[in-house]
Design a protein. Structure first.
Lengths: 112, 113
């Protein structure tokens, strides 16, 4: 099955800095890569996703890049704000397996 | 309001006492799944269902059962809970599959003594 590695496990930045979270996946057949944000005590919510036919996708301050050859994808958050503090999860899925495999998460702390 | 609901939200039980955690969605979603979340391990998929009467194992199915008799409901059954099943459980649903936005329920915190 799929294996997703996520780094770093914790990330502390100052407000206004950029934050980058990286994930690698093992199954070359994986074709969908979402990112979920989970605030403390809340449920995970999708913030952005990318499919294997696209190399980059942006939505305001967040962007995701995908390198299929290297089998890794990254989340970029610019101009971070305290409300960006949360745990972020990457995931990968392959239509051949109908499952969604998550990374172990990154706790992002944005200090004012 | 479009939503995924889970009940109960909190449950403390003892080893071996059968329990069911219910999950219901009102969005007519085809795909439903169950995850457990443990510190340092992220979200791990237990079971999923592509449609009514169609279920399959995820990454950590041991000790769990599911059923999908109706499109809107996907209960998680622990026939003989053990302490290693103490966890935070999330139900999720999506329109057509794993490669689609997953809408998560509020979570059920289960403690097995």
């Amino acid at each position: 099955g799929e294996n997703v590695e996520q780094h770093p496990s914790t990330l502390s930045v100052q407000e206004g800095d950029s934050a980058v979270i990286k994930c690698t996946y093992s199954d070359s057949a994986s074709n969908y890569f979402p990112w979920y944000k989970q605030e403390l005590g809340k449920r995970p919510q999708l913030i952005i996703d990318i499919r294997s036919n696209v190399g980059e996708k942006k939505d305001q301050r967040i962007a995701v890049t995908l390198n299929k050859t290297a089998k890794h994808f990254s989340l970029h958050i610019t101009e971070t704000q305290p409300e960006d503090s949360a745990v972020y999860f990457c995931a990968a899925s392959s239509s051949g397996y109908s499952t969604l495999t998550f990374g172990k998460g990154t706790m992002l702390l944005v200090s004012p | 309001e479009a939503q995924v609901t889970q009940n109960p939200r909190y449950l403390i039980t003892v080893t071996g006492k059968k329990l069911t955690v219910t999950c219901s969605q009102n969005m007519n979603h085809e795909y439903m799944s169950w995850y457990r979340q443990d510190p340092g391990l992220g979200l791990r998929q237990i079971y999923y269902s592509m449609n009514v009467e169609v279920t399959d194992k995820g990454d950590v199915p041991e000790g769990y059962k599911v059923s999908r008799k109706e499109k809107r409901n996907f209960p998680l059954i622990l026939e003989s809970p053990s302490p290693n099943q103490t966890s935070l459980y999330f139900c999720a649903s999506s329109w057509w599959g794993e490669s689609d936005t997953q809408y998560f329920g509020p979570g059920t915190r289960l403690t097995v003594l």
